[in-house]
Design a protein around this ligand. Structure first.
Ligand code: KG4
Ligand code: ZN
Length: 342
């Protein structure tokens, strides 16, 4: 290890994935995630079970990340952990672990905002161009849907957000109506590939400014399915691909309408996506296509850095450490950590 090298251990435990990553300078050496299958049978994340699973997973996951990076605990220079937002019982596990490790190793720590980290995942060195400042990021996950202007790695402004469901919830809740297991987003993506996006039409909202709304879409899918299934009990099975393609196309149209507006109004053409829903293949293809049409430079994170992961926490931690924004032992997890410090 050279003198200037900085080795960061990133820890993510905000929801139902326990993840640890090792970042050396701006290169990821390992990124290990334990997902929690237990929630599938409940149709959503059960906070108490998530917290328990994090407790069981955290040490093996950190061990695995170190092993994969061929390092040991004494090589770590900095610990970065997710302080919030997320599920309290989940966040507490990662936060307490990070604080104990910081104390035991006598190494500094930084507290990361989960949504900042989704955006900053773009700066992990993958040998591809990174966005220039300012850029727009559309962050689409199971808990959030935001349009953010990023002025620097630590200065970000939310320009619009969802007024009801997040984009990931729109995928998961409509998937549930179709009878898919949780989380249904990836299944909609899978079946949509074979379907006709114009087969069915669903409600699109009219919302102020750069905000989003998905609850009308969910209700319109529910009523439509109830009506059709009453006539033909096999309706969903017979039209699965077309239903998925049409639902996905509607969600994407809702997202892109506001994204186009924000780019046109700000004149910003560096456009990035982040969050779990940016794993959606339709979204990735549409961003590339719109980019070609509108002259955008588009930035799509590598698949494994889209959904919850600790690599993004580690890179976000690096930027905080550069600004000397270290956390102290009196820090605690914050389920509602504000996006911008009040
Ligand atoms: O960012 P993330 O991993 O966790 C949160 O912080 O919420 O996002 C999870 C969300 C879930 O709603 C999941 O259904 C959705 O991302 N998702 C997808 C796909 N992969 C994950 N939605 C649509 N298509 C996908 N391929
Ligand atoms: Zn997330």
């Amino acid at each position: 290890m050279s003198q200037q090298s900085l080795v960061i251990l990133g820890i993510e435990s905000s929801c139902d994935d326990t993840s640890a990553a090792i970042l050396k300078d701006d290169t990821i050496l390992s990124n290990v995630t334990a997902t929690q299958a237990i929630h599938e049978q409940y149709g959503g994340v059960v906070p108490e079970l998530a917290s328990r699973a994090h407790q069981q997973n955290i040490i093996p996951v950190v061990d695995a990340a170190l092993k994969k990076a061929a390092l040991t605990l004494k090589d770590i220079d900095l610990i970065a952990f997710t302080q919030g937002p997320g599920l309290m019982g989940s966040l507490v596990v990662g936060t307490a672990f990070a604080k104990s490790l910081s104390l035991a190793l006598n190494k500094p720590m930084v507290a990361v905002h989960h949504m900042h980290a989704h955006i900053l995942a773009h700066f992990i060195n993958e040998g591809v161009p990174v966005p220039g400042f300012p850029f727009i990021c559309m962050t689409v996950s199971g808990g959030h849907t935001q349009l953010v202007r990023i002025d620097s790695p630590i200065e970000m402004v939310v320009l619009g957000s969802t007024i009801d469901d997040a984009a990931g919830e729109a995928f998961d809740k409509t998937a549930k109506i179709l009878g898919f297991p949780y989380p249904g987003g990836p299944l909609i993506d899978k079946y949509a590939k074979e379907g006709n996006p114009d087969a069915f039409s669903f409600a699109k909202p009219q919302v102020e400014g750069y905000n989003f709304s998905f609850s009308g879409l969910k209700t319109s899918v529910l009523y439509f399915i109830q009506k059709e299934v009453a006539k033909n009990p096999n309706f969903i099975e017979e039209n699965k691909a077309d239903l998925c393609a049409s639902i996905q196309a509607t969600i994407l149209e809702i997202l892109f309408k506001q994204l186009r507006k924000v780019s046109a109004d700000t004149g910003i053409k560096d456009i990035a996506i982040a969050g779990g829903v940016s794993a959606n293949s339709g979204l990735r293809a549409k961003l590339a296509e719109e980019g070609r049409k509108l002259g955008w430079n588009v930035f799509i994170p590598k698949f494994e850095y889209c959904t919850d992961n600790a690599a993004m926490i580690a890179i976000a931690g690096k930027f905080l450490a550069e600004k000397q924004q270290f956390a102290q032992q009196d820090i605690s997890a914050d389920a509602r950590l504000p996006f911008v410090k009040p």
